[in-house]
Design a protein around this ligand. Structure first.
Ligand code: 3PG
Length: 396
């Protein structure tokens, strides 16, 4: 941000404030990414700041507008953030043109624009209507969405081609910390995967295996159920898109190396709102809410014996007190491990804060999928965009 002139300029800041939303109330469950984004935005005191982010995925319950995010960002910054319910239409462009230095506005969910939901080349991205229209109303771009660094979407890779673009504070902090970790990490490599993004987890597994970063993979959440089904230990319906395809892939992965995978032994379900633990074999289409005691014990032991341990996605619905035990105990095992520990994703960073153990983890990243891709040695589109920007706009 010191490399390009940002004072009194109209600056588009691409952050990632994609936040878990409570399925019933629609409230934002946590604010870690919003607080991080505020650090970068508060540096731009003399600029006209246009903030952009996506939220959720089209068709999912968390695909919502950013109105509540604007309120949370105002609180984090201690100053008003105007929410504009538009992405690149006349309302958005007029609001940008009216901005004065020191003011901040937040555009609506960038994924409302279909172009943002596609994987694009640099050229395609720079030619999208979103980038073409917005870039005529901005002077510079700050890329700070590290947790979306693995998506080649228009707002991540398009601006660098057409306006001077630099890295924000979050991106710089993450890349520095990860480089340091890479220089000290050692095996055995244990990966702990939970949460709801099954496709992402399968991609993560492929990438980590290819890069020899997965001696043991401990599975819970929906990906855990997929593997349990593939192993013939669960016969119910998981109820996710492409269920059969994922189960088949899990089967193939276990055929290649069964010993690599640790699956839940017992699980917690909700019985009239209370926690009830059941053996995996006696699970009967009930909604799984957490891992059980025996699984917690087995997984904790493996985590503590790791040389490097990476955890992404919570093992249970920790937003409900009754079902937070798995998440709490596995994170505490991470905190007491002598290995190098990396915790990834907004859900888990919030949980770490709740249990007061964030400072006992070597690196806590608000990124999920992007971090996995980085750890697996993949080139991130956002980093490539920054490299291209440095070539094109950097100090010669
Ligand atoms: C994330 O939470 O990993 C990022 O915000 C990217 O979201 P996505 O997986 O829906 O692209």
């Amino acid at each position: 941000m010191d490399d390009i002139e940002l004072s009194n300029k109209r600056v588009f800041v691409r952050v990632d404030i994609n936040t878990p939303v409570h399925p019933e109330t629609g409230e934002l469950i946590e604010r870690t990414r919003i607080q991080e984004a505020a650090i970068t935005i508060s540096e731009l005191k003399e600029s006209k700041v246009v903030v952009g982010s996506h939220q959720g995925r089209v068709g999912r319950s968390d695909f919502v507008s950013l109105e509540k995010h604007a309120e949370a960002l105002s609180e984090a910054l201690g100053k008003k953030v105007d929410f504009i319910p538009d992405v690149f239409g006349p309302a958005a462009l007029d609001a940008i043109d009216r901005l004065r230095s020191g003011e901040v506005l937040l555009l609506d969910n960038l994924r409302l624009a279909s172009e943002e939901n596609q994987e694009l080349t640099f050229e395609q991205a720079s030619k999208t209507i979103m980038i073409q229209r917005l870039s005529k109303h901005i002077d510079a771009c700050v890329l700070d969405a590290f947790s979306t660094a693995h998506r080649a979407s228009a707002s991540i890779i398009g601006f660098a081609e057409v306006v001077p673009t630099c890295a924000g504070k979050v991106v710089a902090k993450e890349l520095r910390a990860l480089e340091k970790i890479f220089s000290i990490e050692k095996g055995p490599y244990v990966t702990v995967l939970g949460g709801a993004k099954v496709n992402d987890r399968l991609e993560a597994i492929d990438a980590l295996i290819a890069n020899k970063r997965a001696d043991k993979i401990l599975l819970s959440g929906l990906i855990g159920l997929v593997f349990l089904k593939a192993a013939g230990r669960y016969n119910g319906k998981i109820g996710i898109e492409n269920e059969e395809k994922y189960v088949l892939r899990a089967k193939q992965l276990m055929e290649e190396s069964r010993a690599r995978y640790e699956l839940p032994i017992d699980l917690a379900i909700s019985k009239n709102g209370s926690r009830k633990e059941v053996d995996v074999f006696s699970l009967n289409n009930e909604k799984v809410m957490d891992i059980g005691e025996k699984t917690i014990e087995r997984f904790s032991k493996l985590i503590k014996g790791a040389g490097t341990v990476f955890m992404s996605g919570p093992p249970g619905a920790f937003e409900y007190q009754e079902f937070s035990k798995g998440t709490e105990m596995l994170l505490k095992a991470m905190a007491s491990s002598f290995g190098t520990t990396i915790v990834s994703g907004g859900h888990l960073s919030t949980a770490l804060q709740r249990y007061g153990i964030s400072n006992q983890i070597d690196h806590v990243s608000t990124a999920g999928g992007a971090l996995v891709q980085y750890l697996a040695g993949k080139k991130l589109p956002l980093v490539e965009a920054l490299e291209r920007a440095a070539q094109k706009w950097g100090k010669k």
